[in-house]
Design a protein around this ligand. Structure first.
Ligand SMILES: C[S@@+](CC[C@H](N)C(=O)[O-])C[C@H]1O[C@@H](n2cnc3c(N)ncnc32)[C@H](O)[C@@H]1O
Length: 217
């Protein structure tokens, strides 16, 4: 995978009726690049925050075995309906990842985690539906999720998190990408970032993101 990608953010398929608000999907062209480069047909691809199922669908279409976890019931149902074999897509909570019967030969974990600004009061791991315990706790929780994932990874597996540094209209900036890279480095070996430029942009200050790449070495 090159270290800089310029990708079109538009989706060929619109979301079905009833999904509103910001579209937090990444386009399939993003996971496809990594699946192509870092896995082979028959390998297991996992997404701990499966969302609308973009990673898993791309994986399945490319002959890989798709596993994932999604917290939101409606998103889970939507994602499952797009898979030929939805049995690996679990409706659950990745904070409890070690409790699920995931395979232990995951070759690539590819995701975009729920984001948090430093002063947000909601907990991103409940889809912002409950009060959070602060930004440091958010980072510790993310690190704990990947600590639980580690034993399920094949030797040398790749782990990628797509994250951005977040800017708000009032000038506030959260160095989310830097902080996520550091938090996951407690558990896995950081091997660098791939910068992704997005056209058109997602929203204020968000015209590029980082695919933070780690390995189980
Ligand atoms: C940024 S979105 C991922 C979108 C996905 N990449 C796509 O293209 O559809 C993050 C997802 O994580 C889910 N989520 C939040 N907390 C979770 C948790 N504790 N366990 C599993 N999934 C969670 C959210 O419901 C959301 O769908």
């Amino acid at each position: 995978v090159r270290t800089f990608l310029l990708l079109d953010n538009r989706h060929d398929e619109p979301l079905s009726e009833g999904f509103t608000g910001p579209d937090v999907r990444f386009p399939p062209v993003l996971p496809r690049q990594f699946i192509e480069e870092w896995t082979r047909p028959g390998d297991v691809v996992f997404d701990p925050f499966a969302g609308f199922g973009t990673t898993l669908r791309a994986a399945e279409e490319m002959g890989r075995i798709a596993w994932g976890i999604e917290w939101d019931a409606r998103r889970h149902a939507y994602a499952a309906s797009g898979l030929r074999d939805p049995s690996g897509l679990l409706h659950g909570d990745s904070r409890q990842l070690s409790r699920y019967p995931l395979p232990d030969n995951i070759t690539l974990s590819f995701t975009s985690p729920p984001y948090m600004m430093e002063d947000d009061s909601e907990n991103p791991f409940t889809n912002y539906s409950a009060a959070g315990a602060g930004y440091d706790h958010y980072l510790e929780t993310l690190s704990s999720i990947y600590r639980q994932l580690r034993p399920r990874l094949a030797p040398g597996a790749y782990v990628v998190l797509e994250a951005a540094n977040l800017k708000r209209g009032d000038g506030a900036l959260t160095t989310l990408a830097w902080d996520v890279a550091r938090a996951i480095s407690d558990v896995l070996t950081f091997t660098g970032e791939i910068v992704v430029g997005w056209q058109p942009t997602y929203g204020f200050g968000y015209d590029h993101s980082y695919c933070l790449t780690f390995r189980a070495l």
